[in-house]
Design a protein around this ligand. Sequence first.
Ligand code: AKG
Ligand code: FE2
Length: 386
Amino acid sequence: MSTTVLEQPALQQVTDVHQYDYSNLRQYVHPPETKDDLPWSELVTLDLEDYSRPGGKERLAKQLEHAVHHVGFFYVKNYGLTDEQVQQQFTLAKNFFELPTEKKEPFEVNYAAADYNGWRRPRRQLDASNQAFGNIEMYNFAKFTKDFEGKYDHPDLIKAHLEEIEVFHRALHSNVVLPLLRLFAIVLQLPDEDYLVKQHTYEKKSEDHFRYMIYHPRTEEEWAAADYGKKGGHTDLGTVTLLFRQPVAGLQILGEDNEWTWVSPQPGTITVNLADTISHLTGGWLKSSVHRVVAPPKDQREYNRTGLLYFARPHNDTVLVPITDSPVLEKAGVKPRFEQHVTMEQWVRAKQTLQLNPDIAAKKYSESKDGTVEVLAGFRDRKYKE
Ligand SMILES: O=C(O)CCC(=O)C(=O)O
Ligand SMILES: [Fe+2]
């Protein structure tokens, strides 16, 4: 008679309630800046502390006028979050990305549904070069509102800090996104300073998201196969994108002179770029800036490039037609950019399908006669200078 040896169930590990305290996590430390003398972009810095002083909004709007029409990029400082709060988010990002794959896998995004909240694994697809696998890994958080309640689960590390992540998410929206939208309204001379704010309330449904992002280092051969990132020129699809200080150089902007310049890491700032939707709402007058992320300079290639970003978007039901009561837009004679009635929800789905599926995009570009591809209702995207 044979005896069956039953495997003993592993002893349940006692979870230490302090396991995820910041003091028990591996601290994030920014890599050193490059020593290379790169052609840096010259961008203005808005001091948001000035916003609430008498005449401050008008001063800031004046400072923004050129940047939002011609450059599409600028910095903001004094945005009402402490260095410690920012540092904690970088630390969470680092510890999240260092989790073993099997701990992140249960939270992987639903790629088929063109969703993007949750974990996106690296090396899943070819990148814009169409020859090398992407080196980006990310984790996106939807807004902390009833529309998304219970929709996305998180690993224990994140669950332990979800309250601070919510505070951070909401602070970026209220301290940075909304004041900027009022400044844009002043630049556009809108009679209602809250016109754009009313299309971007936190509580109403929109696809804003906060992101932890990491670019894993590539070998020289991998960078060569990826054309050093030179094919990655793009515009973002939302209203504005916020990027916390990024010391690992790589981000470049395509200027009006058709030259690429590098974004430098200014202490205590967030880099802001305007994106497609705010451009649609102004018939192209506010500039959705073309940018890309290329191989870092040689002295930084060995480092992980960890980013904290916020992507702002209007409510899903916003109709993407130019604002009608702006004397600035009227004078410029701007035209709608779509042939039909297009909502934000439709726009997100159309552009995201191309962004999330580089194989579909590559196929469309290869079939295109003039190097452009229709995203939606006559609006076309194109490849940018390499
Ligand atoms: O990582 C960066 O510097 C910018 C990333 C970016 O352009 C994007 O995620 O759209
Ligand atoms: Fe981008």
